[in-house]
Design a protein around this ligand. Sequence first.
Ligand code: PRP
Ligand code: ZN
Length: 286
Amino acid sequence: MKTPLKLAVQKSGRLSDASLNLIKECGITFPTRIAKLKAHAFNFPMEFLYLRDDDIPGYVADNVSDVGIVGENVLLEKGVNLEVIERLGFSKCRLSIAVPKEFEYHGVQSLQGLNIATSYPNILGKYLEKQGITAAIHEISGSVEIAPSIGLAEAVCDIVSTGITLVSNGLVEVETILESQAVLVSRPDLESEKRQVLEQLLFRIRSVQTANNSKYILLNAPNHSIEEITNMLPGMRSPTVLPLAQEGWSSLHSVVKEDDFWEVIERLRGAGAEGILVIPIEKMIL
Ligand code: PRP
Ligand code: ZN
């Protein structure tokens, strides 16, 4: 058995479920009760470390963990030197400046001289400096959204995902500083044996991601449309075409990208396709 690759994941919160779900989709099984700090995967040379997201970059940098799944917001705030191996496409959020809805905001200049509460002093500091704004940054570790109502600050800089937290605290978003999502990070100096395990993991992650972004599509079409439809649905190499029992008709099987889906469906119908079935794909190896 290879030396296990240590992967740090968030114990609970924004990234936790999606991170563990991705690992499961990669066919890696592990104890489901996160009662301990550490757990071994049952069928893959990997060990999990369940940590607070804010601690993950530091633990990876300090060799406690080899790789980690963390938000770009946390990574950037900590400013540690790690290699971003892959952007994972989940836990999307943004870091924004918000003010009470009564505030008369006329662009970044309105932030001049204010007190701004945040858990992201480094990112905010750099942003304000770039904008040529001088403001007092008050670092607080949580519940940033209540700072204006208790008189601690006139503005906040915080993570926004659905926007519910802002609305329910009477705040409006005025500037977006950073768009963030979950990333897989690694120490830059990973030993070759661990790098091999990481490559294996990455291969699986990419197969899952490609599959999630694609659908298997089956349809019936008159034979004279097959060429036209083949051009619309190139699939992995080319579509499978099977004759139907009914003379002059065929069944076409292919793969379509989730993003192009609705547009392609319209065009397929225009070309005479019918009985269109669209099925999720679990894994996809290109
Ligand atoms: C962030 C932020 C808000 C909330 C915004 O906290 O501080 O409280 O999420 O999300 P919404 O726009 O969907 O309402 P987070 O969950 O990251 O917790 P943490 O700051 O304790 O890590
Ligand atoms: Zn956090």
